[in-house]
Design a protein around this ligand. Sequence first.
Ligand code: ZN
Length: 357
Amino acid sequence: MAEVDGQVSEQAGAIRVRALAAIEGAEAMEDLQRVEREFTAKNGPVGALLASIKTAPPLERRGIGQAVNELKGAITCALEQRREALAADRLAAERRADDFDPTLPAASLDVGSLHPLTHVVRRLEEIFTQMGYAVLDGPEVELEFYNFDSLNIPGDHPAREHFDTFWCRSEAPEAASARLLMRTHTSPVQMRALERMELPFRAIVPGRCFRNETTDASHEHTFHQMEGLVVGEGITVGHMMGAMKTFLRELFQKDLEVRLRPGYFPFVEPGFELDVRCPFCADRKTRGCSVCKRSTWIELCPSGMVHPVVLRHGGVDPERYTGFAFGLGLSRLVMLRFGIDDIRHLLGCDLRFLSQF
Ligand SMILES: [Zn+2]
């Protein structure tokens, strides 16, 4: 009896040593599951030891049962500990692999920015609305009448040759002046404003214009202008100069001289080229820079007193009312404001350029 008992405990001890070594040696959950199956299966070593109860003398069976239970308990306990250790190892490895650091700030999102043109248009709208101007809009596909005829540019007028126009194709033959085109300037909105606005009024019209031009660093087929129009009783060139000086002071944050040179545009009389003292070198002792091409003046916009013919086309009595108009080159102003040397950047979609603003 003692001999059989001793044999069982010896076998149990040997299984225990093998099982614990295998459990300790398991490097992954899969290994551990395999070890568990190997030792706890019915036909495994523990099962075989238990089966020996059947052939053992009755008095020894209790001893065998106890030995097997102790063995099972030891194996289960070792499996549980190893499982926890492996789970902790795996978590630590995952954290290392992700370089996971909960104290770091979250990754920033890529957000868009405003186009330089939008920056300038918004600023100009702000300045002019503070000066009592309305912001108007008009169609980009325009009637020939509004773009040319109503502005004192009849069909055979030589001034039309300055505008290389994109004409819209049409199926039906149209009456003269009813043809459609892509507007070549923002001036047609002058006429639409004269027709609709109550007098007196002040208005600006920022918008896109189109000309059939070969593109280069200073020419684009699509460009931006901002028309200005003020009509009322007793409006003079002095009012125009005052308005321009005020807006330039607001935009460049300094007082800048302006000057007028005679200019010819069919829809104004008299017409002027309005120049501004170069804001980039006005404060320096040595005047002149690359922006103003050493002249200290920058051509800002064509301007003038609204032609009586234009007022009459808009249903306004030129004997009673006068007005001034100007056509700011927005694209050019944006280039001046941000020091951009090629107009083609403005319509390009290069993010390296756009993300700077
Ligand atoms: Zn300059």
